[in-house]
Design a protein around this ligand. Structure first.
Ligand code: UDP
Length: 424
């Protein structure tokens, strides 16, 4: 049978997690695979559910998770365990029914593609004899560090015991899947990918940046303030610093003030995302320091949630002050925007190191003090150093683009994934 005929309607069940940084690449992957002829069911938690009207091409399968919010201060491993336990039987019942309804005339079997933290899906697939593939939405370069945790722990080299125990519990959950999809590019992370292929001994498809492969509408849980685009239209080319620490990071009042005055003293235009509730003890920006708004009037905009992909693609944006979440990192690289790196946790710390010292398209913020911030912003937007970072970022953007062209590494990996999936 020809490839295209085999593909038509082959059912994939994608199991997404309720984190913004995980949901986005899963929806993008769904769009990419749908464009290749697969039929897509998106299983998701009711907590942070995606908007079905943005994806009329998918069938949505809501799973009751019994959570009303993600509590950033709660024990992460316990949260994941409860989430996985609560969703497991619902997915198993759904898939069992689907299998009982019988295979379609094309003799298709269902393949499960799941977010790595929705590990219950792997168990369900294995119970029902279905193939399962994992989607990883962190950087590949982070994983060698993550996988070294058990050894470092045994050697007593992990400083914070509590965190170490949590991370280790999570590491144990990472089992051996039949294949792994990684939202990355071969040229960017070839050495980490080589190590991971040796470690997992299953095919690893480096398919990225998914943001540039999918025609995917907004994936945001929060409403995007699109008004900022007309403000950007009025700014000079590459003059604006875009500031966002993603969907989870929080800060205290002092950190808010240092950030605010650093931005003000830099004298550069800025677009600053302060997520509601992200400053401890506040609703939104009531803790902004006195005098700040007057000082930056006309030069800066503070908003609750930005249409980030559009912002980074805007010609007025000259830099991105980021927490270096992997989606933000890939989005910045895809648009050739150099970064100021302020990692907060997990893979962000490794991403920040790579951005600053390996790929050299970013400046790592040594600490959050007004003078340090002011200097980093000026180095990035005004000084010669920033020009060099921008040149490298632009050449990285070109390489990312080429990896998607016919014959490019992500293009080929996607083709291989399609073949791999059809072989089941
Ligand atoms: N994002 C957005 N608007 C904002 C801030 C973030 O659309 O104001 C999106 C951003 O484009 C990215 C995601 O939220 O796709 C954040 O994911 P990332 O992996 O960077 O960080 P996380 O939120 O998981 O820490």
């Amino acid at each position: 049978m020809m490839g295209d005929e085999r593909k038509r309607g082959k059912p994939l069940v994608l199991v997404a997690s309720p984190f913004q940084g995980h949901m986005t690449p899963m929806l993008q992957l769904g769009s990419v695979l749908h464009s290749k002829g697969f039929s897509i069911t998106l299983a998701h938690t009711k907590l942070n559910s995606p908007d079905p009207s943005n994806h009329p091409e998918f069938v949505f399968l809501p799973l009751s998770d019994n959570f009303s919010a993600i509590d950033a201060s709660a024990n992460y491993t316990k949260f994941l365990e409860a989430l996985n336990n609560n969703c497991k039987m619902q997915l198993q019942d759904h898939l069992t029914r689907k299998i009982e309804e019988g295979k379609d005339e094309m003799n298709h079997t269902i393949t499960v593609i799941h977010d790595n933290i929705m590990y219950f899906a792997e168990e369900v697939a294995s119970n029902l004899n279905l193939p399962s593939i994992v989607l990883r939405s962190c950087s590949a370069s982070y994983m060698p560090a993550f996988l070294a945790l058990p050894r470092l722990h045994a050697e007593g080299q992990l400083p914070v015991q509590e965190v170490a125990t949590e991370m280790l519990a999570l590491a144990e959950r990472v089992r051996t899947p039949s294949a792994i999809i990684w939202n990355t590019m071969e040229f960017l992370e070839s050495s980490a990918l080589t190590q991971l292929r040796q470690h997992y001994q299953v095919p690893i498809f480096a398919i990225g940046p998914l943001i540039k492969m999918a025609r995917c509408p907004s994936t945001s849980f929060l409403e995007e303030d699109t008004g900022c685009i007309s403000w950007l239209d009025k700014q000079a080319p590459r003059s604006v610093l875009y500031v966002s620490l993603g969907s989870l990071a929080t800060m205290d009042e002092t950190e808010l003030a240092e950030t605010a005055w650093g931005l003000a003293k830099s004298k550069q235009p800025f677009l600053w995302v302060v997520r509601p509730g992200s400053v401890s003890g506040s609703e939104w920006i009531e803790f902004l320091p006195e005098g700040f708004t007057e000082e930056v009037r006309g030069r800066g905009l503070v908003l609750k949630w930005a249409p980030q992909k559009q912002v980074l693609a805007h010609s007025a944006v000259g830099g991105f002050w980021s927490h270096c979440g992997w989606n933000s990192t890939l989005e910045s690289i895809s648009e050739g925007v150099p970064m100021i790196c302020q990692p907060v946790m997990g893979d962000q710390c490794v991403n920040s190191r790579y951005l600053s010292y390996v790929w050299r398209v970013g400046l790592e913020l040594e600490n959050l003090e007004i003078k340090v911030v002011e200097s980093a912003i000026r180095r990035l937007l005004v000084d010669e150093e920033g020009q060099e970072l921008r040149q490298r970022a632009i050449s990285m953007k070109e390489k990312a683009k080429y990896s998607l062209f016919k014959g490019g590494s992500s293009f080929n990996s996607l083709k291989d994934l399609v073949e791999f999936t059809l072989a089941d």
